[in-house]
Design a protein around this ligand. Sequence first.
Ligand code: PLP
Length: 340
Amino acid sequence: MTVSVNLEEAIQAPFGTIFTDKMAVSRFKDGAWSPITLEPYQNLSLPPAAHVLHYSSTCFEGMKAHRQSDGSVSTFRIDSHMKRLHQSAGLLCLPQPEPEMSKKMIRDNIKACMEWVPNPPGSLYIRPTLIGTLPSIGAAASPSTEALFYILLSPVGDYFRTGPKPLRLLLDDDSLRTAPHFGMAKTGGNYASALGKIMKARQAHNVNQVLFAPDGDVQETGAANFLLINDRQIITRNLDSCFLHGITRDSVLTIARDLGYEVSERAISVEELLDHIKEGEAALSGTAAILGGVGTIIYKGEEIKVGDGQIGANTNRLRQALLDIQQGRSEDKHGWMERV
Ligand SMILES: *Cc1c(COP(=O)(O)O)cnc(C)c1O
């Protein structure tokens, strides 16, 4: 079957709704992964008793590949993403795909779908997905010994199609996004756990996201890490199990060091945040949007502007520096790009 690719249409569609026609698949059974196959993108067939549907044995990754000026395609930090997937699978007691296998699946998949990779500012969003398929509702307290691992590829346009807009956040100093021992797993349950709070905040305050700061400890939003920035330094929370260890976060910190910023990874209190944003900048980091400037924070019913309420100059500078590496306009000093 040949599918004519209408990339123009694909990148106009809402983020993450259009997929390439092939996906790389491997299944885990009897202690081993099956040879990688390229299968048509189509509905899955699962036993209704599949472990994932009852006990949420699932995790995923989110990363990108970028078209370079010579027409080739390169992934961004694929090793870090595959390492994180391996770690998430471990936290969920799922069979852990070795990073080398996951990498091969992604490369094989992209090679078979090269015509689907848009030119910048578009990119190919990559969503490796792992689910527990053991048909047993009796396995509430035991792992799924069978699993399905597949790669979704989604051509995406510029995340900020109409230009970046300053974000509005509700600062919630009471709620947890997820259980503190599980924040570093990239797993559906954590999103489910945060969703109610996010929906409430959207209704009440028309915000984009909730910034979770339980007991005044500023952690992250529902789907992105949080950074305080000014002309001199970047401050973000130190890594522990309570939040997702973003690869964009790490990349921004690395680039910031290269550019001479002082990088501080430590606890951030609500008081410090409120003090910082009188003059400084705040931003969210994640693969999809890279670095989004925060314009307004709502705290205890009060709307507080971050600086002048616009996206800060340092935020824009760091975002552009990372994009320049991804799209091949500046030197890849840290070996992040890998040609497919
Ligand atoms: C994926 C994710 C991030 C961002 O991680 P990146 O590796 O930068 O894309 C941040 N927070 C949560 C909860 C996430 O799921």
